[in-house]
Design a protein around this ligand. Structure first.
Ligand SMILES: [Zn+2]
Length: 95
């Protein structure tokens, strides 16, 4: 029995061509289309996205705090300092 998943290919919906090897939700699925496996992959992908998002927010917060601290400490015309801080931030973001 073939996997019950419908897949889009050649501009049409087809039934997955792989053999159904696992039963779940009253149907059989290949390992790739098993609903619980699909769900686990989606959750892992969401988790990775959230992790990346959190680290970017932390970086932004750190940058803002650093700039504020420098402004407090030195005062005056800090356009060059801010420019350098931004460059360092952008370099850190890329790495
Ligand atoms: Zn399949």
């Amino acid at each position: 029995m073939r996997c019950q998943q419908r897949v889009f290919a050649d501009y049409h919906l087809h039934q997955c061509t792989r053999k159904g090897v696992v039963g779940e939700e009253g149907k059989v699925w290949c390992k790739q289309h098993l609903p619980s496996a699909v769900k686990a992959r989606r959750e892992e992908s969401n988790r990775q996205w959230a992790e990346k998002h959190d680290s970017e927010r932390l970086l932004r917060t750190t940058r803002d705090a650093l700039i504020e601290a420098v402004l407090d400490e030195v005062g005056g015309d800090l356009s060059l300092t801010i420019f350098k801080a931004r460059k360092a931030y952008e370099a850190a973001r890329k790495s």
